[in-house]
Design a protein around this ligand. Structure first.
Ligand code: GLY
Length: 425
Protein backbone atom coordinates (compact mmCIF):
# COMPACT_ATOMS: atom_id res chain seq x y z
CA UNK A 1 0.00 0.00 0.00
CA UNK A 2 2.86 2.33 0.98
CA UNK A 3 4.56 1.50 -2.34
CA UNK A 4 1.35 2.35 -4.30
CA UNK A 5 0.98 5.68 -2.44
CA UNK A 6 4.61 6.61 -3.27
CA UNK A 7 4.08 5.68 -6.90
CA UNK A 8 0.92 7.83 -7.03
CA UNK A 9 2.67 10.83 -5.47
CA UNK A 10 5.63 10.41 -7.83
CA UNK A 11 3.29 10.35 -10.86
CA UNK A 12 1.60 13.54 -9.71
CA UNK A 13 5.00 15.18 -9.26
CA UNK A 14 6.13 14.15 -12.76
CA UNK A 15 2.84 15.25 -14.35
CA UNK A 16 3.02 18.55 -12.48
CA UNK A 17 6.55 19.17 -13.69
CA UNK A 18 5.56 18.33 -17.28
CA UNK A 19 2.58 20.75 -17.09
CA UNK A 20 4.78 23.48 -15.65
CA UNK A 21 7.39 22.94 -18.31
CA UNK A 22 4.74 23.04 -21.08
CA UNK A 23 3.26 26.17 -19.59
CA UNK A 24 6.73 27.72 -19.41
CA UNK A 25 7.35 26.84 -23.05
CA UNK A 26 4.05 28.30 -24.16
CA UNK A 27 4.67 31.43 -22.09
CA UNK A 28 8.11 31.64 -23.67
CA UNK A 29 6.50 31.35 -27.10
CA UNK A 30 4.07 34.11 -26.20
CA UNK A 31 6.94 36.16 -24.85
CA UNK A 32 8.85 35.62 -28.07
CA UNK A 33 5.87 36.67 -30.15
CA UNK A 34 4.95 39.69 -28.05
CA UNK A 35 7.55 41.10 -25.67
CA UNK A 36 6.21 43.11 -22.77
CA UNK A 37 5.05 46.57 -23.80
CA UNK A 38 7.61 49.29 -23.25
CA UNK A 39 6.42 52.87 -23.66
CA UNK A 40 9.91 54.21 -24.35
CA UNK A 41 10.52 51.54 -26.97
CA UNK A 42 7.21 52.38 -28.67
CA UNK A 43 8.15 56.08 -28.85
CA UNK A 44 11.65 55.26 -30.05
CA UNK A 45 10.09 53.00 -32.68
CA UNK A 46 8.02 55.96 -33.98
CA UNK A 47 11.16 58.10 -34.07
CA UNK A 48 13.03 55.48 -36.10
CA UNK A 49 10.14 54.94 -38.53
CA UNK A 50 9.71 58.70 -39.07
CA UNK A 51 13.46 59.00 -39.78
CA UNK A 52 13.04 56.39 -42.51
CA UNK A 53 10.00 58.18 -43.98
CA UNK A 54 11.92 61.45 -44.10
CA UNK A 55 14.45 59.82 -46.43
CA UNK A 56 11.70 58.67 -48.79
CA UNK A 57 9.71 61.89 -49.33
CA UNK A 58 10.44 63.35 -52.77
CA UNK A 59 11.04 67.04 -53.42
CA UNK A 60 8.05 69.19 -54.38
CA UNK A 61 6.27 70.23 -51.17
CA UNK A 62 4.70 66.80 -50.71
CA UNK A 63 3.36 65.27 -47.50
CA UNK A 64 2.84 61.55 -46.81
CA UNK A 65 -0.81 60.45 -46.53
CA UNK A 66 -1.15 56.66 -46.77
CA UNK A 67 0.39 53.35 -47.73
CA UNK A 68 -1.91 50.92 -49.51
CA UNK A 69 -1.54 47.64 -51.36
CA UNK A 70 -2.89 49.39 -54.48
CA UNK A 71 0.09 51.75 -54.32
CA UNK A 72 2.54 48.82 -54.01
CA UNK A 73 2.96 49.43 -50.30
CA UNK A 74 4.61 52.77 -50.91
CA UNK A 75 3.70 56.18 -49.50
CA UNK A 76 1.16 58.19 -51.42
CA UNK A 77 1.92 61.91 -51.11
CA UNK A 78 -0.44 64.88 -51.15
CA UNK A 79 -0.16 68.66 -51.30
CA UNK A 80 -1.03 71.13 -48.53
CA UNK A 81 -4.61 71.24 -49.86
CA UNK A 82 -5.41 67.71 -48.72
CA UNK A 83 -7.27 67.43 -45.40
CA UNK A 84 -4.50 65.21 -43.99
CA UNK A 85 -1.65 67.63 -44.76
CA UNK A 86 -1.19 68.73 -41.13
CA UNK A 87 -0.55 65.31 -39.63
CA UNK A 88 2.99 64.73 -40.90
CA UNK A 89 4.27 68.13 -39.68
CA UNK A 90 2.33 67.43 -36.45
CA UNK A 91 4.23 64.17 -35.99
CA UNK A 92 7.51 66.01 -36.54
CA UNK A 93 6.59 68.59 -33.88
CA UNK A 94 5.76 65.81 -31.42
CA UNK A 95 9.14 64.21 -32.12
CA UNK A 96 10.80 67.57 -31.52
CA UNK A 97 8.88 67.92 -28.24
CA UNK A 98 9.99 64.45 -27.15
CA UNK A 99 13.61 64.48 -28.28
CA UNK A 100 14.47 68.19 -28.12
CA UNK A 101 16.57 67.43 -31.20
CA UNK A 102 17.00 70.43 -33.52
CA UNK A 103 16.79 68.13 -36.54
CA UNK A 104 13.10 67.51 -35.85
CA UNK A 105 12.41 71.20 -35.33
CA UNK A 106 13.92 72.05 -38.70
CA UNK A 107 11.96 69.33 -40.48
CA UNK A 108 8.73 70.26 -38.67
CA UNK A 109 9.20 73.90 -39.63
CA UNK A 110 9.93 73.00 -43.27
CA UNK A 111 6.83 70.82 -43.68
CA UNK A 112 4.58 73.17 -41.68
CA UNK A 113 5.44 76.05 -43.98
CA UNK A 114 3.98 74.17 -46.95
CA UNK A 115 0.55 74.81 -45.40
CA UNK A 116 0.85 78.60 -45.12
CA UNK A 117 -1.26 79.26 -48.27
CA UNK A 118 -4.28 77.89 -46.36
CA UNK A 119 -4.20 80.99 -44.19
CA UNK A 120 -4.35 83.30 -47.20
CA UNK A 121 -7.30 81.90 -49.11
CA UNK A 122 -10.99 81.35 -48.51
CA UNK A 123 -12.15 78.15 -46.84
CA UNK A 124 -12.98 75.19 -49.03
CA UNK A 125 -13.90 73.04 -46.03
CA UNK A 126 -13.80 72.71 -42.25
CA UNK A 127 -10.52 70.77 -42.08
CA UNK A 128 -8.40 73.86 -41.41
CA UNK A 129 -7.89 72.79 -37.81
CA UNK A 130 -6.61 69.34 -38.74
CA UNK A 131 -4.32 71.06 -41.20
CA UNK A 132 -3.05 74.27 -39.66
CA UNK A 133 -3.52 73.68 -35.92
CA UNK A 134 -1.76 70.30 -35.94
CA UNK A 135 1.16 71.74 -37.88
CA UNK A 136 1.77 75.45 -37.18
CA UNK A 137 -0.38 75.39 -34.03
CA UNK A 138 1.72 72.64 -32.46
CA UNK A 139 4.78 74.49 -33.70
CA UNK A 140 3.69 77.70 -31.96
CA UNK A 141 2.98 75.91 -28.67
CA UNK A 142 6.54 74.58 -28.64
CA UNK A 143 8.50 77.50 -30.06
CA UNK A 144 6.38 80.63 -29.47
CA UNK A 145 7.33 81.71 -32.99
CA UNK A 146 5.22 84.84 -33.72
CA UNK A 147 4.95 84.11 -37.41
CA UNK A 148 3.25 80.78 -36.70
CA UNK A 149 0.85 82.49 -34.32
CA UNK A 150 -0.25 85.02 -36.92
CA UNK A 151 -0.81 82.27 -39.49
CA UNK A 152 -2.91 80.22 -37.05
CA UNK A 153 -4.97 83.27 -36.04
CA UNK A 154 -5.68 84.13 -39.69
CA UNK A 155 -6.74 80.54 -40.34
CA UNK A 156 -9.15 80.58 -37.40
CA UNK A 157 -10.85 83.63 -38.90
CA UNK A 158 -11.09 81.79 -42.22
CA UNK A 159 -12.70 78.76 -40.56
CA UNK A 160 -15.21 81.00 -38.78
CA UNK A 161 -16.48 82.30 -42.14
CA UNK A 162 -18.18 78.91 -42.56
CA UNK A 163 -20.32 79.42 -39.46
CA UNK A 164 -24.05 79.81 -40.06
CA UNK A 165 -25.76 81.54 -37.10
CA UNK A 166 -29.20 80.34 -38.24
CA UNK A 167 -28.03 76.77 -37.70
CA UNK A 168 -25.44 77.25 -34.99
CA UNK A 169 -22.78 75.14 -36.70
CA UNK A 170 -19.95 75.41 -39.21
CA UNK A 171 -20.72 74.35 -42.78
CA UNK A 172 -18.33 71.41 -43.04
CA UNK A 173 -18.28 70.98 -46.80
CA UNK A 174 -19.10 74.19 -48.66
CA UNK A 175 -18.74 72.38 -51.96
CA UNK A 176 -20.10 69.44 -53.88
CA UNK A 177 -19.40 66.11 -52.24
CA UNK A 178 -19.11 63.26 -54.75
CA UNK A 179 -22.14 60.97 -54.60
CA UNK A 180 -24.09 63.13 -52.14
CA UNK A 181 -26.92 65.55 -52.76
CA UNK A 182 -26.59 68.09 -49.99
CA UNK A 183 -27.86 71.40 -51.28
CA UNK A 184 -28.28 72.79 -47.76
CA UNK A 185 -26.05 73.24 -44.74
CA UNK A 186 -24.12 70.06 -43.83
CA UNK A 187 -22.19 69.41 -40.64
CA UNK A 188 -20.09 66.29 -40.07
CA UNK A 189 -18.95 64.79 -36.79
CA UNK A 190 -15.27 65.19 -37.74
CA UNK A 191 -15.82 68.96 -37.59
CA UNK A 192 -15.75 68.78 -33.78
CA UNK A 193 -11.96 68.47 -33.82
CA UNK A 194 -11.51 71.73 -35.70
CA UNK A 195 -13.17 73.70 -32.90
CA UNK A 196 -9.87 73.49 -31.02
CA UNK A 197 -8.40 75.99 -33.48
CA UNK A 198 -11.21 78.45 -32.69
CA UNK A 199 -10.91 78.02 -28.92
CA UNK A 200 -7.17 78.52 -29.09
CA UNK A 201 -7.47 81.63 -31.27
CA UNK A 202 -10.07 83.18 -28.95
CA UNK A 203 -7.60 82.87 -26.06
CA UNK A 204 -4.55 83.98 -27.97
CA UNK A 205 -5.43 87.28 -29.58
CA UNK A 206 -8.40 86.35 -31.78
CA UNK A 207 -11.90 87.74 -31.25
CA UNK A 208 -14.28 86.49 -28.54
CA UNK A 209 -16.77 85.50 -31.21
CA UNK A 210 -14.52 82.57 -32.18
CA UNK A 211 -15.15 81.10 -28.74
CA UNK A 212 -18.90 81.56 -29.17
CA UNK A 213 -18.84 79.90 -32.59
CA UNK A 214 -17.03 76.88 -31.14
CA UNK A 215 -19.38 76.55 -28.17
CA UNK A 216 -22.50 76.97 -30.33
CA UNK A 217 -21.24 74.35 -32.77
CA UNK A 218 -20.55 71.87 -29.95
CA UNK A 219 -23.96 72.54 -28.39
CA UNK A 220 -25.94 72.25 -31.65
CA UNK A 221 -24.05 69.08 -32.59
CA UNK A 222 -24.77 67.62 -29.16
CA UNK A 223 -28.49 68.23 -29.72
CA UNK A 224 -28.79 66.88 -33.25
CA UNK A 225 -25.98 64.48 -34.06
CA UNK A 226 -26.67 61.67 -31.60
CA UNK A 227 -29.15 58.84 -31.17
CA UNK A 228 -30.71 57.90 -27.85
CA UNK A 229 -27.82 55.55 -27.06
CA UNK A 230 -25.31 58.38 -27.77
CA UNK A 231 -23.95 56.78 -30.94
CA UNK A 232 -23.43 59.43 -33.60
CA UNK A 233 -24.66 60.19 -37.07
CA UNK A 234 -21.88 61.10 -39.44
CA UNK A 235 -23.67 63.94 -41.25
CA UNK A 236 -26.58 66.17 -40.32
CA UNK A 237 -28.07 68.31 -43.09
CA UNK A 238 -29.77 71.48 -41.83
CA UNK A 239 -32.06 73.97 -43.47
CA UNK A 240 -29.80 76.94 -44.15
CA UNK A 241 -32.44 79.50 -43.20
CA UNK A 242 -34.49 77.91 -40.43
CA UNK A 243 -31.62 75.90 -38.94
CA UNK A 244 -33.87 72.82 -38.59
CA UNK A 245 -32.30 69.40 -39.24
CA UNK A 246 -33.52 67.99 -42.58
CA UNK A 247 -31.81 64.61 -42.60
CA UNK A 248 -29.21 62.53 -40.82
CA UNK A 249 -27.03 60.40 -43.06
CA UNK A 250 -23.63 58.79 -43.42
CA UNK A 251 -20.82 59.43 -45.84
CA UNK A 252 -18.00 57.19 -44.62
CA UNK A 253 -19.97 54.78 -42.44
CA UNK A 254 -21.81 51.54 -43.21
CA UNK A 255 -25.33 52.98 -43.13
CA UNK A 256 -27.19 56.09 -42.04
CA UNK A 257 -28.11 54.37 -38.77
CA UNK A 258 -24.77 52.80 -37.98
CA UNK A 259 -21.98 53.89 -35.62
CA UNK A 260 -19.02 54.67 -37.87
CA UNK A 261 -15.97 53.95 -35.71
CA UNK A 262 -13.91 57.03 -36.46
CA UNK A 263 -16.94 59.28 -36.30
CA UNK A 264 -17.56 58.13 -32.74
CA UNK A 265 -13.86 58.54 -31.97
CA UNK A 266 -14.05 62.15 -33.18
CA UNK A 267 -17.02 62.67 -30.86
CA UNK A 268 -15.08 61.28 -27.87
CA UNK A 269 -12.02 63.39 -28.63
CA UNK A 270 -14.11 66.43 -29.55
CA UNK A 271 -16.26 66.62 -26.43
CA UNK A 272 -13.28 65.92 -24.17
CA UNK A 273 -11.50 68.87 -25.79
CA UNK A 274 -14.63 71.08 -25.57
CA UNK A 275 -14.81 70.34 -21.85
CA UNK A 276 -11.14 71.26 -21.47
CA UNK A 277 -11.72 74.57 -23.24
CA UNK A 278 -15.03 75.54 -21.57
CA UNK A 279 -14.93 73.72 -18.22
CA UNK A 280 -18.69 73.33 -18.66
CA UNK A 281 -19.69 70.10 -16.83
CA UNK A 282 -22.39 69.28 -19.39
CA UNK A 283 -19.66 68.63 -21.95
CA UNK A 284 -17.73 66.43 -19.50
CA UNK A 285 -20.87 64.44 -18.89
CA UNK A 286 -21.52 64.16 -22.62
CA UNK A 287 -17.93 63.08 -23.37
CA UNK A 288 -18.46 60.16 -21.00
CA UNK A 289 -21.76 59.19 -22.60
CA UNK A 290 -20.32 59.05 -26.11
CA UNK A 291 -17.32 57.14 -24.74
CA UNK A 292 -19.36 54.55 -22.87
CA UNK A 293 -21.34 53.37 -25.89
CA UNK A 294 -18.07 53.00 -27.83
CA UNK A 295 -16.29 51.05 -25.08
CA UNK A 296 -19.29 48.82 -24.45
CA UNK A 297 -19.43 47.71 -28.06
CA UNK A 298 -15.69 47.21 -28.71
CA UNK A 299 -14.32 43.79 -29.62
CA UNK A 300 -12.05 42.10 -27.08
CA UNK A 301 -8.81 43.45 -28.55
CA UNK A 302 -10.10 47.05 -28.10
CA UNK A 303 -9.61 47.94 -31.78
CA UNK A 304 -12.94 48.57 -33.56
CA UNK A 305 -14.00 47.30 -36.93
CA UNK A 306 -14.40 50.25 -39.31
CA UNK A 307 -18.08 50.48 -38.37
CA UNK A 308 -19.71 48.96 -35.29
CA UNK A 309 -22.82 47.86 -37.22
CA UNK A 310 -21.26 46.43 -40.33
CA UNK A 311 -22.85 43.08 -41.13
CA UNK A 312 -19.87 40.79 -41.67
CA UNK A 313 -17.99 41.14 -38.36
CA UNK A 314 -15.46 39.58 -37.62
CA UNK A 315 -14.54 39.39 -41.30
CA UNK A 316 -14.36 43.15 -41.75
CA UNK A 317 -11.37 45.51 -41.78
CA UNK A 318 -10.39 47.16 -38.53
CA UNK A 319 -9.76 50.85 -38.02
CA UNK A 320 -6.61 51.40 -36.00
CA UNK A 321 -6.98 55.15 -36.52
CA UNK A 322 -10.22 55.20 -34.50
CA UNK A 323 -8.42 53.32 -31.72
CA UNK A 324 -5.52 55.78 -31.73
CA UNK A 325 -7.83 58.83 -31.61
CA UNK A 326 -9.85 57.27 -28.79
CA UNK A 327 -6.83 56.17 -26.76
CA UNK A 328 -5.41 59.67 -26.86
CA UNK A 329 -8.76 61.22 -25.89
CA UNK A 330 -9.36 58.79 -23.02
CA UNK A 331 -6.01 59.62 -21.44
CA UNK A 332 -7.12 63.25 -21.33
CA UNK A 333 -10.66 62.44 -20.21
CA UNK A 334 -9.39 60.20 -17.39
CA UNK A 335 -7.45 63.20 -16.09
CA UNK A 336 -10.65 65.28 -15.64
CA UNK A 337 -12.71 62.86 -13.57
CA UNK A 338 -13.10 62.96 -9.79
CA UNK A 339 -14.72 59.53 -9.88
CA UNK A 340 -11.58 57.44 -9.40
CA UNK A 341 -13.16 54.19 -10.56
CA UNK A 342 -14.31 55.71 -13.84
CA UNK A 343 -11.06 57.58 -14.33
CA UNK A 344 -9.10 54.36 -13.85
CA UNK A 345 -11.41 52.53 -16.21
CA UNK A 346 -10.84 55.06 -19.01
CA UNK A 347 -7.11 55.15 -18.42
CA UNK A 348 -6.83 51.35 -18.33
CA UNK A 349 -8.94 51.09 -21.49
CA UNK A 350 -6.64 53.57 -23.22
CA UNK A 351 -3.58 51.63 -22.08
CA UNK A 352 -5.03 48.39 -23.43
CA UNK A 353 -5.64 50.09 -26.80
CA UNK A 354 -2.10 51.43 -26.85
CA UNK A 355 -0.61 48.03 -25.95
CA UNK A 356 -2.56 46.34 -28.73
CA UNK A 357 -1.61 49.04 -31.25
CA UNK A 358 2.02 48.58 -30.18
CA UNK A 359 1.97 44.84 -30.83
CA UNK A 360 3.27 43.08 -33.93
CA UNK A 361 -0.36 42.82 -35.04
CA UNK A 362 -0.63 46.59 -35.55
CA UNK A 363 2.83 48.14 -35.74
CA UNK A 364 4.12 48.31 -39.33
CA UNK A 365 7.73 47.54 -38.33
CA UNK A 366 9.61 46.15 -41.34
CA UNK A 367 6.50 46.09 -43.56
CA UNK A 368 6.61 49.83 -44.20
CA UNK A 369 7.84 53.06 -42.58
CA UNK A 370 4.50 54.22 -41.17
CA UNK A 371 3.89 53.52 -37.47
CA UNK A 372 0.70 51.47 -37.80
CA UNK A 373 -1.13 49.07 -40.10
CA UNK A 374 -4.88 48.35 -40.41
CA UNK A 375 -6.70 51.66 -40.64
CA UNK A 376 -9.74 52.26 -42.81
CA UNK A 377 -10.23 55.66 -44.41
CA UNK A 378 -13.32 55.56 -46.60
CA UNK A 379 -14.76 52.06 -46.96
CA UNK A 380 -17.88 52.96 -49.00
CA UNK A 381 -15.60 54.73 -51.47
CA UNK A 382 -13.28 51.72 -51.63
CA UNK A 383 -10.34 53.85 -50.55
CA UNK A 384 -7.73 53.33 -47.83
CA UNK A 385 -9.08 49.99 -46.66
CA UNK A 386 -6.79 48.13 -44.25
CA UNK A 387 -4.07 50.69 -44.86
CA UNK A 388 -1.42 52.68 -43.06
CA UNK A 389 -2.80 56.21 -42.75
CA UNK A 390 -0.95 59.25 -41.48
CA UNK A 391 -3.61 60.38 -38.98
CA UNK A 392 -3.52 57.00 -37.23
CA UNK A 393 0.21 57.56 -36.72
CA UNK A 394 -0.33 61.12 -35.46
CA UNK A 395 -2.84 60.15 -32.78
CA UNK A 396 -0.87 57.02 -31.85
CA UNK A 397 2.23 59.11 -31.15
CA UNK A 398 0.10 61.69 -29.34
CA UNK A 399 -1.36 58.93 -27.16
CA UNK A 400 2.11 57.54 -26.37
CA UNK A 401 3.37 60.98 -25.35
CA UNK A 402 0.26 61.63 -23.24
CA UNK A 403 0.73 58.31 -21.47
CA UNK A 404 4.35 59.19 -20.78
CA UNK A 405 3.27 62.50 -19.24
CA UNK A 406 0.68 60.76 -17.09
CA UNK A 407 3.27 58.28 -15.88
CA UNK A 408 5.60 61.15 -15.00
CA UNK A 409 2.84 63.05 -13.18
CA UNK A 410 2.87 65.87 -15.74
CA UNK A 411 -0.51 67.26 -16.99
CA UNK A 412 -1.53 65.58 -20.25
CA UNK A 413 -2.31 68.93 -21.87
CA UNK A 414 -0.31 72.10 -21.62
CA UNK A 415 -3.05 74.58 -20.68
CA UNK A 416 -0.80 77.60 -20.47
CA UNK A 417 -2.84 79.30 -23.19
CA UNK A 418 -6.20 78.67 -21.49
CA UNK A 419 -6.60 82.03 -19.86
CA UNK A 420 -10.30 82.35 -20.60
CA UNK A 421 -12.46 80.15 -18.43
CA UNK A 422 -16.02 81.43 -18.71
CA UNK A 423 -18.32 81.49 -21.71
CA UNK A 424 -18.78 84.82 -23.40
CA UNK A 425 -22.25 83.85 -24.62
N1 GLY B 1 -12.83 63.31 -42.77
C1 GLY B 1 -12.07 62.82 -41.74
C2 GLY B 1 -12.10 61.36 -41.60
O1 GLY B 1 -12.04 60.63 -42.57
O2 GLY B 1 -12.15 60.91 -40.50
Amino acid sequence: MKYITHLFLLSILILGCQFKSKQKNSNENLAKEEPTFSLNEAINYCTAQASQTLKLIPEGELLPRNITRENNNEWKYVSYKDWTSGFWPGILWYLYEYTGDEKWRQEADRYSRYLIPLSNQSAIDHDLGFQVFNSLGNGYKLTKEQEYKEIVLRTADTLATLYNPNVGTILSWPREVPGMEWPQHNTIMDNMINLELLFWASKNGGTDSLYDVAVNHAQTTMENHFREDYSSYHVVVYDTLTGKPIKKVTHQGYSDDSMWARGQAWAIYGYTMVYRETKDPKFLDFAQKVTDVYLKRLPKDMIPYWDFNVSNIPNEPKDASAAAVTASALLELSDYLDDTEKSNFYRESAEKMIRELSSSRYQSREKNTAFLLHSTGHYPNGSEIDASIIYADYYYLEALLRLKKLQEGVPVIDTAHNTRTSSGL
